[in-house]
Design a protein around this ligand. Structure first.
Ligand code: DHB
Ligand code: FE
Length: 288
């Protein structure tokens, strides 16, 4: 089981992300029948890319030893999920979904938790939030359909996102367990209407080993504000996506390279300080 960290530090969030990843599933199960030739090919190609870099850049022993120490530290900080989801997952997602005709997806990131509470009645509901939850209220309407246009009435939209300070519940201590995490079963015609708040831009933890890499390389640690979703329906491919807000200064230089133009929302301010947005999903039929 996961433990909620006691402080919003990289080590606490990292340890928690690592615990979540390893407790949800056994990732080795899915590859247990992969033949040695595949492992041989992948391992040799990765090693060869490292060897080429060392030769071409004339990497020194000092640099090699710093790398060794840093790799050890990433493990000790529990930051492998964070490192991989920020700098590697976007390409895995690109390859995994290149055949799709339906909606574009993007990376899952390290902070998904399955089985968030059901929040919708006939497709309409509000995400769990604190009485004084900060951030612009957003009413989001949409429809889930198949690529052939059929409305998917047994679809569900799982939504999770950071709060107005950029923190995710269950990965920092101050929020209730399911804050800003909910499951919304769609209603008639595959329609849904979700009320939530607009999250803040998110900075990946800067006080751990990933932060050390970012500082040493002169990069920034920001992701644009985003809503995470998983949209599913029996017989259809699971869609994992993130939705972004126009005008965010990090839409063009997301540290996790996860923004796609199709994923940028078009919210409309309503006079009372809230906003509405319309955005639906199109799912591809499952293969085979
Ligand atoms: C990370 C955090 C996110 O919220 C996300 O969507 C992707 C990556 C991270 O800290 O690694
Ligand atoms: Fe995120």
């Amino acid at each position: 089981m996961t433990t909620v960290p006691t402080e919003p530090t990289a080590a606490a969030a990292g340890a928690n992300a690592t615990a979540h990843f390893t407790s949800d599933k056994n990732p080795y199960e899915a590859v247990k029948d992969v033949p040695p030739s595949r492992v041989d090919t992948l391992a040799k190609r990765v090693l060869s890319a490292i060897h080429d870099t060392i030769r071409e850049e004339k990497v020194t022993y000092e640099e090699y030893n710093a790398l060794k120490a840093w790799l050890i530290q990433v493990g000790e900080d529990g930051e492998w999920p964070l490192f991989l989801d920020v700098w590697v997952e976007h390409v895995v997602e690109e390859v995994a979904t290149e055949h799709r005709e339906g909606s574009k997806g993007t990376i899952e990131g390290p902070y998904y938790v399955p089985d968030a509470p059901e929040c919708a009645v006939n497709g309409v509901g509000t995400i769990p939030m604190r009485d004084d939850e900060q951030g612009t209220r957003l009413t989001w309407t949409g429809t889930v359909t198949a690529t052939d246009g059929t409305p998917l009435e047994n679809a569900k939209v799982e939504l999770w996102h950071a709060d107005n300070d950029g923190f995710y519940s269950q990965f920092e201590p101050s929020q209730p367990q399911w804050n800003l995490r909910g499951t919304f079963s769609v209603g008639e015609g595959g329609r849904f209407e979700i009320t939530t708040i607009q999250p803040a831009p998110y900075q990946i933890p800067t006080d751990g080993s990933c932060g050390k890499l970012i500082a040493a390389a002169g990069w920034h640690a920001w992701r644009p504000a985003h809503l995470h979703v998983k949209v599913s329906a029996p017989g259809y491919e699971l869609l994992t996506a993130q939705l972004y807000f126009p005008g965010d200064e990090h839409n063009d230089d997301d540290i996790a390279s996860a923004v796609k133009p199709e994923l940028i929302l078009d919210p409309k301010p309503v006079g009372d300080g809230t906003a509405t947005v319309d955005y639906g999903f199109v799912l591809d039929p499952a293969k085979g």
